[in-house]
Design a protein. Structure first.
Length: 204
């Protein structure tokens, strides 16, 4: 796990320390230090406590991620197969969406997630923006997926984003269109997962 170093930690090492460092490496180096002053000893103690906290947080994150992966695998969801949908993002989308059949259509889901375009007045041309309403947590998750796809040449979202900009849209406008497409695919995937679950025979 890497993190930005703090000034007290950098001051302890001759020549400083790289801004990104592994917590284990930092702990090892800190334990080898022989403080020359009381101030250095206090800095070393504080730095060791900070590194210890970071290590505990990393272990907690790893444990939580493992649990989420287990639950996702048990659910049978296909969301992680969508480019840009990682473990935590998939869990957030599922938790915030709930039963996907409560949305009558992909348009209803897009409206709920705030990815449905809203027409705005313009004297020279038709313009749209994304709705500022809807579930903001879901909207943020969809944004992460869309940005990841737009930056990954091998993903379908990349080609879509590039095509929209070739049509004359700005990068931001193209991203709005991509988020709408991502929301559509998410909803369709969750609907398919739900229907697959219903089709499975009950265990004896």
């Amino acid at each position: 796990m890497s993190t930005n170093s703090t000034p007290p930690l950098r001051e302890l090492f001759p020549g400083g320390i790289e801004r990104d460092f592994a917590t284990e490496d930092a702990a090892t180096q800190l334990k080898r230090l022989r403080p020359e002053t009381a101030a250095d000893a206090m800095r070393q103690k504080i730095a060791l406590e900070i590194v210890g906290d970071l290590r505990r947080i990393r272990f907690q994150i790893d444990e939580l991620t493992t649990r989420i992966k287990t639950e996702l695998a048990a659910s049978g969801t296909q969301l992680p197969k969508i480019p840009g949908v990682g473990t935590v993002t998939a869990a957030r989308i599922l938790a915030r969406t709930g039963n996907p059949t409560r949305f009558a259509s992909e348009a209803a889901y897009a409206s709920y997630t705030g990815t449905a375009p809203v027409e705005v007045a313009s004297a020279d041309k038709q313009r749209h923006r994304l709705s500022r309403s809807g579930d903001r947590s879901l909207n943020a998750a969809i944004h992460i997926v869309a940005v990841t796809q737009a930056r990954t040449p091998s993903s379908p979202g990349y080609a879509y984003h590039q095509r929209k900009m070739a049509e004359g849209k700005t990068s931001r406008e193209a991203m709005r269109c991509l988020k709408r497409q991502v929301a559509k695919r998410l909803w369709r995937t969750m609907r398919a997962d739900f229907e697959q679950c219903l089709a499975m025979p009950l265990s004896a």
